[in-house]
Design a protein around this ligand. Sequence first.
Ligand code: SF4
Ligand code: SF4
Length: 200
Amino acid sequence: MVIDIRRCIACHACTVACKAEMAVPLEVNATWMKIVEKGAFPDVRRFWLPRLCNNCTDAICARNCPTKATYKREDGIVMVDQHRCIGCKYCIASCPYDVRYINPLKNIVQKCYFCSHRVDAGLLPACVETCPTRAMVFGDTNDSKSEISQLLASNATVVLKKEMQTDPQVFYISADEAAMSSIEERINYYTETAFIKLRI
Ligand code: SF4
Ligand code: SF4
């Protein structure tokens, strides 16, 4: 997935679509919006970054899952088999990106699966389809003719915490350094609109 921050208006439509599509309980989020404010009044700027599971190529969460509940599909999507998950949270501890959550109704771990059920039906992930500015692009990076491959070839992109060597598969265009920062100090946490606000 590519997320073009030049087009993103932080409207939260993606987080709402995710909630609805995946029946994510109110207290937790599979997709959320990181908000960062830089500077001091009157010279203040706000930056944002939609956050979700990176469906990493080298998914450390899958490696550390003791029951193999977390596994990779052939197309690269990292899944959680809800019948095998015992809620031990090893994967949550392993993931450097804070994108997994315990479903309080089922007591198992869940996350974003790029809407694998929709992908299997030939549809786009709910967030991608809902984004009003087409800031999110999803597709096959192995297909050089796909829109996502063209975007990756023609734009500079960054991934979160490259140094963790998990090979994240969510690529950002024009993300501000402040929003990409690994600082995850949560100043305000709004569960309903699912955004986390930071001041640096
Ligand atoms: S739906 Fe699109 S524009 Fe809105 S916050 Fe998400 S990525 Fe940004
Ligand atoms: S972002 Fe975290 S949960 Fe998602 S695949 Fe990577 S390590 Fe696993």
